[in-house]
Write a protein that binds this ligand. Sequence first.
Ligand code: B12
Length: 552
Amino acid sequence: MKRTTIKSILASALLVVAASGATLATAVTPQTVDVKQAAAMQSSGALLLDVRETDEYAQAHAPGSTLIPLGQLQQRLQEIDRHKNTPVVLQCNNFEVVNMGVMVPCSEILARAKVEGADIVGLSGLITPSLEEMAHVAKEMQRDPHFRMLKIPLMIGGATTSRAHTAVKIAVNYEGPVVYVPDASRSVSVAQSLLTPESRDQYLADIATDYERIRVQHANKKTVPMLSLAAARANKMQVSFEGEYAPVKPKFIGRRVFKNVDLAALAQYIDWGPFFQTWDLAGPFPAILQDPVVGETATKVFAEGQALLKQVIEGRWLTASGVIALLPANSINDDDIEIYTDDTRTEVAFTYYGARQQTEKPVIDGVARPNQCLADFIAPKSSGVKDYIGMFAVTAGLGIEKYEKRFEDAFDDYSSILLKSLADRLAEAFAEHLHERVRTDLWGYAAHEQLDKDALIKESYKGIRPAPGYPACPEHTVKADMFKLLQCDEIGMQLTESFAMYPGAAVSGFYFAHPQSKYFSVGKIGSDQLDDMVARRGASRDDVERWLAPNL
Ligand code: B12
């Protein structure tokens, strides 16, 4: 099988440069591809295809040339667009990328990789359940002689992945190279190093040394001093449920649906800060627009984002729908929350099993910091106090596929990514907007609250809305109970096998009203808490271990 070298592939890219000007000249230089260059390249997508017709391109792309199926893990519907920067940047550097999309089982990823003669397999992971699947793919590559013998590299990326996780949990399963890629622009230099015969061995040796060092560090890591679960519970957060802290009964008990919410109203609540992360531009908004390094690029992307947002709103490209439920609740077993179907509190809709901080907490000014758990913010059943909890699921991504396809068919990946990032922003804005309505009106526990946008972004309000998967609520499986109770299918939202939400631009979570409720990170928990959780949930130890893997 002929393997075309990277150099010859880049040579064909230079043809495009000649046709499209200076921006592309820098774009083909590894590591210099940035968002604006990608933006410039999007208009050259068609040109790239033209180039493919030429003899030189045909030579460079003889069978067996660089081909990377960016296999998406089986259950992650939402990640297809999030990792999109990576295929775009690689393609702009004249790598051929087969993007297999989402819900692709491991067996299909590997079968396709063989059929295409792929030189690299890439996986992307946004939320923690994907991490397990990545380790599984590595194991399967090890079992399959094709990958094992040819040592086909596996590239790992995505928000929830890390170099340490790749070294400790994924690379150990496969003899071939496994490389963590921290951002899209780096994927080019990594892919080149992996496929350039002259430098590959040295590059792999360096990675192997680095990952071995990480594994040793990990093995020798001083374990953080941990309390027993009983001691952690004894040091729970002291929360009052009387007087001014007495729970406020919501104005209604039950579920309420919000369909086709006005996008223009939601746009007022957009926090633009995270928008820039999509483009690997770091810095707080709006200061980022003046940043000496990335300011110019940030300003352009921001202007383009605003222009597309206007089109989205005026053309009603996206549909935003959500659902909330406000229900009676009490904490039980210290760490769990029983959520009742109505105020008779006789029927349990479902129980949320909370994880409690178990590491030793510092004593500050003579006061020991508490070992917190979300259940601390809900009145214990034994107190007889009638407390309440809320939950929500919102999306702003309904109908997005049609427009994404339109952009992609026009080789305009940049606009497709831009659109997706706007949908994500609108989903977050929807969560913010609905939370405000819940506090001031629908639940009404903070009826007189008046906060401007900055104060909302700084979360200066009473109460919290922790989302399953975030650090106070690290476990994703509760979304199954939430989705059932909220009847999310009525608004077109679904949960995938590994608890990712569809559409991708979606947020779900709980509402806690207590003024002392604050966000925190559960962090590492002990095996006694794991055992206790297994007993409380009546689930298998294997399952609970898998669900809580990042905290163990
Ligand atoms: C933006 C964002 C969102 C957006 C968009 C999500 C989406 N569709 O992608 C919205 C608001 C919708 C969202 C929702 C949720 N989110 Co969110 N989100 C983020 C945030 C702030 C940034 C992620 C991001 O987009 N980064 C920018 C992109 C471009 O970077 P990236 O994904 O890392 O990918 C880059 C590289 O890694 C690389 N790359 C990616 N893949 C690959 C693959 C290969 C082969 C290569 C080479 C490179 C590569 O290229 C990219 C560009 O450089 C992160 C926190 C953070 N700071 O990372 C949390 C985060 C990812 N979210 C998280 C969670 C939990 C959720 C929710 C489950 C919360 C909830 N219950 O509602 C939902 C899930 C949504 C769903 N559909 O299921 C957690 C995940 C952790 C966990 N325990 O699982 C994070 C880490 C926050 C946290 N600290 O807890 N989220």
